[in-house]
Design a protein around this ligand. Structure first.
Ligand code: AMP
Length: 424
């Protein structure tokens, strides 16, 4: 089977890594890919938003299965277009991808179906938002309704800050994505990610994982796309996973099916584990990065077979097996990220890093120029390691990091601290 992966980040490198080891895949391509993916797949220079060229490539090269990584083409309807053209694809339709594309849609669904989430209201009008914010007090969270490249949710420590943020977002800071805002209660607890593979009707929970969003050690600094992750996540006990399935994932699946938008693909719930149990912070309709890297490291059965079963509506009774070992990823980012950063600095030492036991280096933002490997994004590498437990995986991952020679980069030195603190 010729498989095509869409995207160019660490998530897509991890997906290619999973597909490449499947006996079902005889050929693997990636649009557009990156400097690391090029070692596993044929990288094709077509952008993820160029649907017509993607479809043409599928026909020309007889692609039989497409795995769509990022949210933007999903929300814009790439899976619908592929399926109309007779190409099987993994990912939700445009009508189902609205779970990530519109926070107002998701919050309304939660309210209607009693799915636990922060108390909220929706505003298009700044005067009404102001009254609500002053009435509720801080801390409080302001969110743009639409996609805003992960920057559209702002936790505000004071009401003054919330008023300024609400004004800016409604005033066009994120363009059309902020023409409506959700203002919601600040939830207290530990954050966790929950992933389920879905086939429109059935949902199959995957292994647990947790990421670190803050840029710097001790969870300080601005929010990022993720500076590291580990699996399993001790906060997601079996009981917590069961509650998440019963109270959040399964009611969502039923509601989407009833609404004529069955959800197929990967449903990723961002959770806050509170003293009243799991609460939904947000849905994503695709794998998260770097969590995808630790999940694929522990995925023991054939990942491609599982994604195919989801796309074909055949998940009933399906099982995925996981390695008992732990996995941990340390993200290496360009200095300055998540603010302004410089592209083009040279990275050396990847081979030395991968010579460390249990270490794989996945690329999130790199490009090859002749023999040289250059940084080409904010988050650039994911150094992923496995070990008997989180501690061993962490020690190995940092041995890998220390073997990489990249003066233009930085990483957090405390990935996994929450899990390790629990053992004390
Ligand atoms: P989102 O884009 O909705 O996942 O929000 C980004 C980040 O903001 C989350 O990962 C949380 O750290 C934080 N956040 C969002 N909503 C809330 C909330 N209601 N209470 C506390 N933190 C939140």
């Amino acid at each position: 089977m010729h498989v095509l992966v869409i995207g160019s980040g660490g998530r897509e490198h991890a997906l290619c890594w999973g597909v490449a080891r499947s006996p079902l895949a005889t050929r693997l391509s990636c649009c557009p890919g990156n400097g690391g993916i090029a070692n596993l797949a044929e990288c094709v220079d077509i952008g993820v938003e160029n649907f017509d060229d993607i479809v043409a490539y599928c026909h020309q090269e007889k692609v039989e299965f497409v795995i769509v990584g990022p949210e933007v083409p999903l929300v814009a309807g790439l899976v619908d277009q592929l399926e109309q053209e007779g190409v099987l694809a993994f990912g939700p339709s445009q009508r189902a991808a609205i779970l990530e594309g519109s926070k107002v849609f998701t919050k309304t669904l939660c309210r209607k179906h009693n799915i636990p989430t922060a108390a909220y209201d929706v505003f298009q009008d700044i005067d009404l938002a102001r009254t609500y914010i002053l009435d509720r007090g801080a801390p409080i969270v302001v969110k743009a309704n639409g996609l805003a490249a992960g920057k559209g949710a702002i936790v505000c420590e004071t009401t003054d800050e919330a008023l300024v943020v609400a004004e800016n977002v409604l005033g066009g800071q994120f363009g059309e994505a902020g023409s409506e805002i959700v203002v919601e209660q600040f939830l207290v607890g530990e954050e966790a990610s929950f992933f389920a593979l879905c086939d429109g009707r059935n949902a199959l929970p995957l292994a647990t994982a947790q990421d670190h969003k803050a840029a710097f050690d001790n969870d300080k600094g601005p929010n990022t796309g993720g500076m590291g992750a580990y699996s399993p996540a001790p906060v997601m006990s079996e009981e917590m996973c069961q509650k998440t399935m019963e109270r959040i994932i399964l009611p969502t699946m039923r509601a989407m099916e009833q609404d004529g938008r069955p959800f197929k693909g990967l449903l990723y719930a961002g959770l806050m584990i509170t003293d009243r149990g799991p609460q939904l912070i947000e849905y994503n309709v695709r794998f998260g990065d770097p969590e995808c890297q630790v999940l694929l490291a522990r995925w023991q059965s054939d990942p491609l077979a599982a994604l195919l079963a989801a796309a074909k509506g055949q998940l009933a009774g399906y099982e995925v097996t996981w390695s008992q070992r732990a996995a941990l990823t340390v993200v290496m980012a360009a200095k300055g990220y998540p603010g302004d950063y410089v592209k083009g600095s040279e990275i050396k030492g990847i081979t030395a890093a991968e010579a460390e036991i249990g270490v794989s280096v996945l690329h999130a933002g790199t490009v090859r120029e002749g023999q040289r490997l250059l940084a080409n994004g904010g988050r650039v590498l994911g150094v992923t390691a496995q070990g008997v437990d989180i501690r061993e995986a962490r020690d190995r991952a940092y041995q890998g990091v220390d073997a990489i020679d990249w003066p233009g980069g930085f990483c957090r030195r405390d990935i996994g601290w929450r899990a390790l603190d629990r053992d004390k």
